[in-house]
Design a protein around this ligand. Structure first.
Ligand SMILES: [Zn+2]
Length: 96
């Protein structure tokens, strides 16, 4: 039990991130209506855009639902504080 507590505290002492570690997005397939939930970890999943005027970070992801296996492409943009600015999707819609 002591060992487990140690492990948890190691995990908690990692770098702080917004929204308690990850952001959850729920996506609905445009063809069959199946929902897919994805988790985005802002600390490691976002890519810098190197764009001085636009968003600071971007996340590009391809998501496949478990029913018709169609690819859904998402693109989400974030500011320099890793807060979401806008999002785009093709092949489905965002539920959350
Ligand atoms: Zn589908």
């Amino acid at each position: 039990m002591k060992k487990l507590l140690k492990k948890i505290s190691d995990f908690l002492s990692g770098p702080a991130s917004p929204a308690g570690g990850f952001i959850e997005y729920r996506i609905k397939c445009g063809k069959c209506g199946e929902s897919v939930t994805i988790k985005v970890f802002p600390d490691r999943d976002l890519n810098p855009t190197y764009d001085d005027d636009g968003p600071a970070y971007v996340l590009k992801k391809e998501v496949m639902d478990s029913k018709c296996f169609r690819m859904i492409q998402i693109e989400i943009f974030y500011d320099s504080s890793r807060r979401e600015i806008s999002r785009e999707i093709s092949g489905g819609t965002f539920e959350k």
